[in-house]
Write a protein that binds this ligand. Structure first.
Ligand SMILES: [Zn+2]
Ligand SMILES: [Zn+2]
Length: 186
């Protein structure tokens, strides 16, 4: 019998959730998402690049460009920390971001004592790589570009759901019909 397709690993799950959060971003200068987990690997919050709730967003108004950066938005990582509030992971939490955190966001994550920072996409690394590495060494923080990409993760997720109990199997004909509105049962 064929083996069941494997579920996502914790790292893949984190990246997948950060990607999901990024799909709510409102600034097209850079679409970024972030998710925070506590030490028990339970999600405490998500965030994406966007202006504060109720304020004009870049996709409704224009970006507020200053020196080549959009200053309207709060970065995904900072938003995740802000939304987490008192639930923010302490001493050993995990942060996943779709893109490598900038120096300011990195500092915020470090100040919250998050010990594991993973990301999918490298971003302007030369400018702050040395500084971030130095802080990571001092504080024993993992800062790592994941050895995968979002397409691989999504393909694995689809395969998983094509297996037993999944949303994309024949046992769920409704779902199949939604996606392939053909004469499935004939
Ligand atoms: Zn913007
Ligand atoms: Zn940032």
């Amino acid at each position: 019998m064929a083996e069941n397709p494997p579920r996502l690993s914790f790292l893949e799950y984190g990246a997948f959730m950060a990607f999901a959060a990024s799909c709510r971003a409102t600034c097209r200068r850079k679409i970024v998402g972030c998710v925070l987990f506590n030490i028990h690997k339970v999600i405490v919050s998500t965030g994406y690049n966007g202006a504060p709730a109720g304020a004009p967003q870049c996709d409704e108004d224009e970006c507020l460009m200053v020196n080549g950066h959009c200053e309207r938005i709060t970065h995904a990582e900072k938003n995740a920390v802000l939304f987490a509030g008192k639930r923010c992971p302490k001493r050993g939490g995990y942060a996943f971001a779709t893109t490598r955190p900038c120096q300011r966001c990195f500092d915020i994550l470090v100040s919250k004592e998050i010990k594991h920072i993973y990301y999918l996409e490298e971003y302007r690394s030369e400018e702050f790589d040395r500084e971030q590495r130095r802080i990571c060494a001092e504080k024993e923080i993992t800062l790592e570009k994941l050895d995968t990409n979002i397409v691989e993760i999504m393909q694995k997720a689809i395969k998983f759901h094509q297996g037993p109990g999944g949303l994309l199997t024949m046992k769920h004909p409704l779902r199949i019909e939604e996606q392939f509105p053909t004469d499935w049962n004939e």
